[in-house]
Design a protein around this ligand. Structure first.
Ligand code: KIV
Ligand code: NA
Length: 266
């Protein structure tokens, strides 16, 4: 298949073709999602929650993210693979950020990296892009800052935070980002951001005006039972599918129905 590149997704914005993005953290899921025709696979630091069971995205390490990303890359033929740089792998110094981004490209085989934040990381973004590494930005409800926000509620509902977000978005485009995730902000604001940028915006809980949409695959597949935010559309109920299948297996083993005559070597 023709591979999706950062240029492809920028062109899609200008053609008015919506961009589809989902997360994956392992080989098998990446292979399934890629085969279904997704444009971008995000190896999100939501792996910290979904894969490792942590409460927040803060504990996951760069080494963990490199492992997940390398597994995803091996399963993908077509999609653009973007990898999150985790908390504290890029905030301390630009030099450290460049080393982290470089490891993600070199050791994991990512096609691009994603960093959270605006003005404070703009120079770092420029430096990573200058090194030949494509960067995606991420504004709005940036989960690595959850202890600063104190809540997972919608961001930028007040004028000051909205103005700052619009300015940050422009600065990130200026610094060379090829795309921008907008998380949990009012639809009106993401419309303004989307119209004022020439790079695509990819929304999660950011309304219909974004150039693309992203969801956590485990959420949209219904694997996480007790997560019901307004922005989440469920496309399957894999929780019940998996629990049902496993309980049937347990029953069949207990009743000695499994294995039967045809399921053994005689
Ligand atoms: O880590 C993640 O899954 C993300 C998406 C929700 C955008 O950053
Ligand atoms: Na993330």
């Amino acid at each position: 298949p023709v591979k999706v590149t950062t240029q492809t997704v920028v062109d899609m914005k200008h053609r008015g073709e919506a961009i589809s993005m989902l997360t994956a953290y392992d080989f098998t899921m990446a292979k399934l999602i890629d085969a279904a025709g997704i444009d971008i696979i995000l190896v999100g630091d939501s792996a910290s929650n979904v894969m490792a069971g942590f409460e927040t995205t803060l504990p996951i390490t760069l080494d963990h993210m490199i492992y997940h990303t390398s597994c995803v890359v091996r399963g993908v033929d077509r999609a653009l693979v973007v990898a999150d740089l985790p908390f504290m792998s890029y905030q301390v110094t630009t030099k450290e950020a460049l080393i982290s981004a470089g490891r993600m490209m070199k050791e994991a085989g990512a096609h691009a990296v994603k960093l959270e934040g605006g003005t404070p990381i703009v120079n770092t973004v420029r430096r990573i892009v200058d090194a030949g590494i494509p960067v995606m930005g991420h504004l709005g409800l940036t989960p690595q800052s959850i202890y600063k926000f104190g809540t997972y509620k919608v961001r930028a509902t007040e004028n000051q935070e909205a103005d700052q977000l619009l300015e940050d978005a422009r600065k990130l485009e200026d610094a060379g980002c090829f795309g921008l995730v907008l998380e949990k902000i009012p639809s009106k604001l993401s419309k303004m951001v989307t119209e004022s940028l020439s790079i695509p915006t990819i929304g999660i809980g950011a309304g219909s005006h974004c150039d693309g949409q992203v969801l956590v695959s485990h959420d949209m597949l219904g694997l996480n039972k007790d997560f019901h935010p307004r922005f989440l559309r469920r496309y399957a109920d894999l929780h019940n599918t998996v629990v049902g299948a496993v309980s049937s297996y347990v029953q069949d083993v207990k009743s000695r129905d499994f294995p039967n005559e045809k399921e053994q070597y005689n």
